[in-house]
Write a protein that binds this ligand. Structure first.
Ligand code: TXA
Ligand code: MG
Length: 341
C-alpha cells in the first residue's frame, strides 16, 4: 500500500476525512501522541486497526469526538457528575470510560459493555473528526508493544506501507497518552492510566481519585484488571533497562561504575555531561520536558549499539506519575536503589 503524507491544510484534511468515511486508516496528530484513526461506526475499518498494529483483540479502543452531538450518539448514558467533569477537561488529554451506546460496534470495545471516549484538543484532530463526520477510534499509532509515536518520523517508521495516510502535525505537545478514568459513582473516579490530566487536577475540582494498583505495579497472573491495556507488554526497548533510584549524585556515580561500550544512560539534561553515552530525558525540574522526551528516547535506544540501559527516575507528583508509569513498563519493573547497583 502506498502511504501518502498529508499536510494539515483544510483541503488535505477534507481529503483525509473522506478517506476515514470510506473505511481507510488515517494516522493523525493529537496533543498527547499520534493516533491511528478509523471510522468508529464501521466494524471492518476498526478490524483493520487491530491487524495493522498487531494489537491483541482483547484491548479496546478510544473513540474520539469533536462535539457533544457525537458523544450522545456513542454512549448509552452519562452521569451528571461526569458531564461536569468533562466540561472542565474537554477538549483535552482525558479519556472517560462510559456505558457503550448501540451504534458503537462491539469490536471497538473488545466486547466490553463500555466505550472509552476522548475529545482531543489538537486543532488538526478536531478538524479531521469534523471532516469525517463520524466518531474516530484511534489507538496510539505505533505497532503493538512499541512506544507511542510523538512525531511524524515515528509514525513513518511503524506504519509506512500499512496505512493510506499520515497527517504531519509536528511534535505532540504532551508526548504521553491521555489519562484514562473509570467513573465509580458520584464523584468517585478510578485512574486506569495516568496522563496529562493529573490526580491533583481531578482532586482540585472535587473528585475523589483511586489509583488502580496496575498503574505502578506489574499485573499478577490471574489478577482482574479494569483496563485490558495494562496487561500488554509496552514500550520496552530491545536492550534491558534498569531504573536507578536515589539522590542524583549517587545515582550518577553508581551508573558511572557500570559504563562500558554497549551501556547507555537515560539521563536528565543536568547530568548528561557526566556520561560518555547518554540520551536526554528532559530536565530534572521540568516534568513536561520529560514527558516530551521519553518515547523518542526509548525509540533512539533501538537504533544504538546498546546492550544495557540505565535510567534516572523522575519525581512522582503531577504528570510525574504518568512518566513513572511508562518508564516502569519500559524497564519491565526493574528498579533498584543506587547503593545496590
Ligand atoms: O492519548 C491517547 O489516549 C491516544 C490518542 C491517540 O488519543 N490513544 C491511545 O489509545 O493511547 P491506546 O489504544 O493506545 O490506549 C487506550 C487505553 C488502553 O490501555 C485500553 O485498554 C484502555 O485505554 N481502554 C480503552 N477502552 C477501554 C474500556 N472500555 N475500558 C477500560 N479501558 C479501556
Ligand atoms: Mg497504545
Amino acid at each position: 500500500m502506498n502511504t501518502k503524507i498529508y499536510a494539515d491544510s483544510p483541503a488535505e484534511l477534507a481529503e483525509c476525512g473522506a478517506l476515514l468515511r470510506k473505511g481507510e486508516l488515517v494516522c493523525f496528530p493529537t496533543e498527547t501522541v499520534y493516533g491511528l484513526g478509523a471510522n468508529a461506526l464501521d466494524p471492518e475499518a476498526v478490524a483493520k486497526i487491530f491487524r495493522v498494529k498487531n494489537r491483541p483483540a482483547n484491548n479496546p479502543l478510544i473513540a474520539h469526538i469533536c462535539d457533544h452531538g457525537m458523544l450522545e450518539q456513542i454512549v448509552a448514558e452519562i452521569p451528571e457528575e461526569i458531564r461536569e467533569l468533562t466540561a472542565q477537561f474537554w477538549p483535552g488529554p482525558l479519556t472517560v470510560v462510559l456505558p457503550r451506546g448501540e451504534k458503537i460496534p462491539p469490536i471497538v470495545s473488545a466486547g466490553l459493555d463500555t466505550v472509552a471516549v476522548r475529545w482531543p484538543e489538537h486543532p488538526v484532530a478536531q478538524a479531521l473528526i469534523r471532516e469525517a463526520g463520524v466518531p474516530v477510534v484511534a489507538p496510539s499509532a505505533n505497532l503493538s508493544g512499541r512506544p507511542s509515536p510523538t512525531c511524524l518520523a515515528h509514525c513513518k517508521d511503524d506504519l509506512t506501507g500499512k496505512v493510506s495516510a499520515i497527517i504531519d502535525g509536528g511534535s505532540c505537545a504532551i508526548g504521553l497518552e491521555s489519562t484514562v478514568i473509570l467513573p465509580m459513582g458520584g464523584k468517585k473516579l478510578k485512574l486506569l492510566r495516568p496522563g496529562g490530566i493529573t490526580p491533583e487536577m481531578l482532586e482540585a475540582v472535587g473528585y475523589e481519585v483511586e489509583i488502580d494498583p496496575a498503574v505502578l505495579a506489574p499485573v499478577q497472573e490471574g489478577q482482574k484488571v479494569s483496563s485490558p491495556g495494562m496487561l500488554h507488554k509496552h514500550y520496552a526497548p530491545k536492550a534491558p533497562m534498569t531504573i536507578v533510584t536515589g539522590e542524583p549524585d549517587s545515582v550518577c556515580a553508581a551508573i558511572q561504575q557500570k559504563q562500558a561500550e554497549d551501556v547507555w544512560v537515560l539521563a536528565f539534561d543536568e547530568y548528561l555531561p557526566r556520561f560518555a553515552q547518554a540520551v536526554s530525558f528532559g530536565s530534572e525540574t521540568d516534568a513536561a520536558s520529560q514527558s516530551r522526551a521519553l518515547f523518542d528516547a526509548l525509540r533512539r535506544f533501538d537504533t544504538l549499539p546498546c546492550k544495557q540501559i540505565y535510567a534516572m527516575y523522575p519525581a512522582g507528583d503531577g504528570v510525574g506519575l504518568a512518566i513513572r508509569n511508562r518508564l516502569l513498563r519500559a524497564a519491565s519493573f526493574q528498579i533498584i536503589p543506587a547503593e545496590r547497583l
